[in-house]
Ligand binder design. Structure first.
Ligand SMILES: [Zn+2]
Length: 303
């Protein structure tokens, strides 16, 4: 299937298919090859073949620049899941290794016998930012997607925070309104439809583990130690953890472009799955909800 890598303008390729009279419910396979070829150029440690093996599906949603927003759904092999976990990478397009980690987890989950967990993986939430040269934190309209979720008092707090505390940092522009961006609307819709018991959001390069929502949090995941760095108007941790009451684990990898060593990747996976086992699977008996969360205090850091 070498043709997938031939540089054929997409419009021309689509035209050929139209001429051939082929009705396509799914995008042409050529698009999947092209997507993976593009992603592999930007996401460290991910090859075109590895990306294809991840078997990402296009959702109904598209980025600002019209790129398909991709996911991989991995339900349990037998029966209904006990726990549903939504995993996001690359919400900030220049945090490249965050996407690498989600691809790595897709591979691990695919080859394991998951029986109790339904995973939904969104490895590249901000493809326009990731594929830009150089990659950008914000989306193609210059919005920080992780400040665009409909948290309490967004209309008042998000612009004020941006002006007062970030000095109108263009990398942290929260957007003109909550959910103004197709990428954040897509994540929001996934949360509404999938109803995850846990959200894991991967970032870089602050080298910490953050947590929002009903406790208890994991204390460490690999070399990342718990350090609750505060909530921001419009952030996913604030929206998911505090407003929706879904635990949100935020992994801040140490480097945005350098993939953690294999051993560290193993440790992170082992720690996270062990915590999920103890925190979620074993608790899924009678009552499902934990006591109230304490909002984490504000701090000067601003990941
Ligand atoms: Zn980030």
């Amino acid at each position: 299937m070498v043709f997938g890598f031939v540089k054929l303008p997409r419009r021309f390729a689509s035209g050929l298919l139209l001429v051939a009279g082929i009705a396509l419910a799914e995008p042409p396979v050529n698009d999947q090859f092209q997507r993976c070829a593009d992603l592999a150029k930007s996401v460290p440690g991910v090859t075109p073949a590895g990306c294809m093996a991840a078997a990402l599906q296009p959702s109904d949603a598209k980025s600002v620049q019209g790129r398909a927003l991709l996911f991989r759904d991995i339900p349990p092999k037998n029966g209904a899941p006990k726990v549903k976990i939504l995993v996001l990478g690359g919400i900030h397009g220049d945090e490249l290794t965050s996407s690498t980690l989600v691809f790595d987890w897709i591979e691990r989950i695919s080859r394991s016998e998951t029986e109790q967990i339904h995973w939904r993986m969104l490895p590249v939430v901000n493809p326009d930012g990731l594929l830009k040269r150089p990659a950008t934190r914000v989306n193609a309209r210059g919005v920080d997607l992780n400040r665009n979720f409909p948290t309490e008092n967004w209309e008042k707090d998000a612009p004020r925070y941006w002006i007062k505390y970030t000095n109108k940092d263009p990398r942290r522009y929260p957007g003109p309104a909550p959910l103004s961006e197709p990428e954040s609307r897509w994540v929001h819709q996934e949360i509404e439809a999938f109803k995850p018991d846990l959200i894991v959001s991967v970032h870089a390069p602050f080298g910490v583990l953050d947590f929002d929502g009903p406790p208890p949090p994991p204390l460490r995941v690999g070399n990342l130690h718990l350090h609750q760095i505060g909530i921001y108007p419009g952030s996913l941790g604030n929206y998911g953890g505090l407003k929706k009451r879904v635990p949100v684990v935020t992994l801040e990898l140490k480097h945005a472009a350098e993939v953690p060593a294999d051993k560290e990747m193993d440790h992170m996976w082992d720690d996270l799955t062990r915590w999920v086992d103890e925190r979620l699977l074993k608790v899924q008996t009678a009552s499902s909800k934990e006591p109230d969360a304490k909002p984490a205090g504000e701090s000067a850091e601003n990941p």
